[in-house]
Write a protein that binds this ligand. Structure first.
Ligand code: 13P
Ligand code: SF4
Length: 327
């Protein structure tokens, strides 16, 4: 397997007007009107999907958008736990996910049965669950958080309670460092973000010595320690707008570069590299394609369903997060 044998992926400032929509993108927009649908897309979706979405953002922004949606149909372009969250907060809508197999390694690393067993053995813990988990796991948690609000949420947890943070040990470790609050960490991780390494970052930094590095908190500590900013995907947009630098190295999934380039068209974005590749795709996020988006609107399928007892139990910690996050 080649190691560090590639040129960095560099997205230079975009010149001129964006390319016109393709026939299939226009078909999607026509179907969207016909179905009275809203398209919510995560920052990691392919560019063709981001271009037709009504809203593109991080998990937190998407949760608020899903809760406020008035359309009959929410077509959620992201991964399964995100679409499930949309159904939990807005059960009256039909929620579609273009590919039901679009899961998440973090979510898989903490099955609800194992969390239930842990809780039964340790009833004293206060469970803070990263939103990247299943509805069943959310239903067993005390409060949910996203990378965008995790520090704020953990600061609101009663001081006399011991926190169990699930399922991402890297985000949990970062939040513990930011808040000074010790926490038990579930040993889960994002298979994509842990592929960013110090040596790959150093290689790309040697070519762009003046470019600040922005990293997602799902990266391992050695990589986070080299970053100028550690934040959610939404806050990466803010960072890119505010930094005086014109070149920025972005350590997260490669779809983020499309969002950054659209919102900050005058700057250059360099994809965070791994040891074997110049950029880093999440194989789950990339299961959604513009063709599957079209088919989902045409067939009103695949539909996301959450059993009502699980939904009502999972809504409690999600709503707590949405309330604490605003306050
Ligand atoms: P954000 O909420 O920061 O967009 O993160 C979601 C995610 O899945 C990161 O891998
Ligand atoms: Fe899950 Fe990682 Fe993909 Fe985000 S990037 S959806 S955490 S597998």
């Amino acid at each position: 397997m080649p190691v560090l044998d590639y040129e960095p992926l560099v997205l230079a400032p975009r010149a001129g007007a964006p390319a016109p929509l393709t026939p299939i993108q226009q078909e999607v927009l026509a179907l969207k009107r016909q179905r009275n649908a809203v398209i919510l897309a995560h920052n990691y979706q392919v560019e063709a999907i981001q271009q037709v979405a009504d809203y593109v953002g991080d998990s937190l922004g998407l949760s608020y958008q899903a809760q406020a949606a008035q359309a009959d149909v929410i077509l959620f372009c992201g991964v399964h736990f995100m679409a499930e969250t949309a159904k939990i907060v807005n059960p009256g809508r039909t929620v579609l996910l273009p590919d039901l197999a679009a899961g998440c390694s973090l979510s898989d690393s903490c099955p609800a049965e194992r969390l239930a067993a842990y809780r039964a053995a340790h009833p004293e813990v206060y469970v803070v669950a990263y939103i990247n988990c299943s509805a069943g796991e959310k239903a067993l948690s005390d409060v949910i958080c996203t990378s965008g609000n995790a520090v704020k949420i953990v600061r609101r947890v009663p001081a006399d309670r011991e926190i169990l943070f699930v399922p991402d040990q890297n985000l949990g470790q970062w939040v513990a460092q930011q808040t000074g609050r010790p926490m038990r960490l579930w040993p889960g991780s994002c298979y994509a973000h842990v592929q960013f390494t110090v040596r790959a970052l150093e290689k790309v930094r040697a070519k762009f010595p003046h470019a600040p590095v922005v990293a997602h908190p799902e990266c391992v500590q050695a990589v986070r320690d080299l970053a100028d900013e550690v934040c959610s995907t939404e806050l990466m947009v803010k960072f890119a707008k505010e930094t005086p630098a014109n070149e920025i190295i972005v350590l997260t999934e490669s779809g983020m570069l499309h969002r950054l380039r659209r919102e900050v068209p005058t700057k250059t974005f360099i994809a965070g590299p791994t040891d074997t590749c110049a950029c880093n795709d999440c194989r789950f996020m990339k299961m959604n394609t513009i063709e599957k988006v079209r088919d989902a609107l045409q067939n009103l399928s695949p539909v996301i369903e959450v059993p009502e007892p699980t939904r009502t139990a999972a809504l409690v910690p999600i709503q707590r997060m949405l309330d604490w996050s605003k306050g």
